[in-house]
Design a protein around this ligand. Structure first.
Ligand SMILES: *Cc1c(COP(=O)(O)O)cnc(C)c1O
Length: 226
């Protein structure tokens, strides 16, 4: 089932790219396996998935113990400072850096583990109170702070689209992330290749607006908790 879903998703990614003159190879899939058992991670890898996304460190830890480095692991969910050590042992990229305090903790632990960790700053582009992410007005300040952390490689921005059927609002949220990225690149003179945006219900819009990483759960693995 995963294989079939993945091939349908790839067709939809290709079509979205085609509409805006992008190459499908510019869009990476992060297959989000939260709530699913290790066996589903294995199915995803067998189907050709290279990168697995998890939103909780503890859950990822259990799966990582079984699957190990047969895939790349990305943390897509909120990171608590007391989970940073474990997170750095598992994940190759953190999509959810959203405060200076968290950056300091990641820096401290990366030094200890003598590694450098690629991170995306999560931005709250929708203004929804329930969402994590730095407010757009505070982004430049956080970017400046993160650039001082020598063991964090800032490689882009991440956002979660608004929870709505309003396609215009969703598109606006994604184009806002792209505009913010472009502005940060200009101000700091630092290339930020990645925009992590788009989930099962809105990934095509995200791709049209420049997504380089789409985080897909249900469209690949079916409804959670079913
Ligand atoms: C669960 C989750 C996803 C995937 O969501 P789907 O709607 O199942 O595609 C993507 N990003 C984050 C941060 C998530 O927590």
């Amino acid at each position: 089932m995963v294989k079939k879903n993945l091939s349908l998703v790839k067709e939809r990614i290709a079509a979205a790219c085609e509409r805006v003159g992008r190459e499908a190879s510019e869009v990476g899939i992060v297959a989000v396996t939260k709530t699913h058992p290790p066996d589903v991670v294995r199915q995803a890898i067998d189907a050709g998935i290279e990168t697995i996304g998890e939103n909780r460190v503890q859950e990822a830890e259990a799966k990582y113990a079984e699957i190990g480095d047969a895939c790349k692991w990305h943390l897509v969910g909120h990171l608590q400072r007391n989970k940073v050590k474990k997170a750095l042992e598992i994940f190759e990229m953190i999509h959810s850096l959203d405060s200076a305090r968290l950056a300091d903790e990641i820096e401290k632990e990366a030094v200890k583990q003598s590694k450098s960790i690629p991170c995306l700053i999560e931005v709250n582009t929708s203004g929804e109170q329930s969402k994590f992410g730095v407010a757009p007005d505070n982004l430049a300040h956080l970017v400046a702070h993160v650039f001082k952390c020598e063991h964090i490689k800032l490689v882009g921005l991440m956002t979660i689209g608004p929870l709505t059927d309003d396609q215009v609002a969703i598109r606006k949220s994604f184009s806002r992330l792209r505009t913010l990225r472009d502005r940060i690149e200009n101000v700091f003179g630092h290339y930020l290749p990645h925009l992590s945006m788009g989930m099962s219900d809105d990934f095509e819009i995200a791709i049209e607006e420049g997504a380089t990483l789409v985080r897909l759960g249900r469209v690949l693995f079916g409804p959670r908790g079913a």
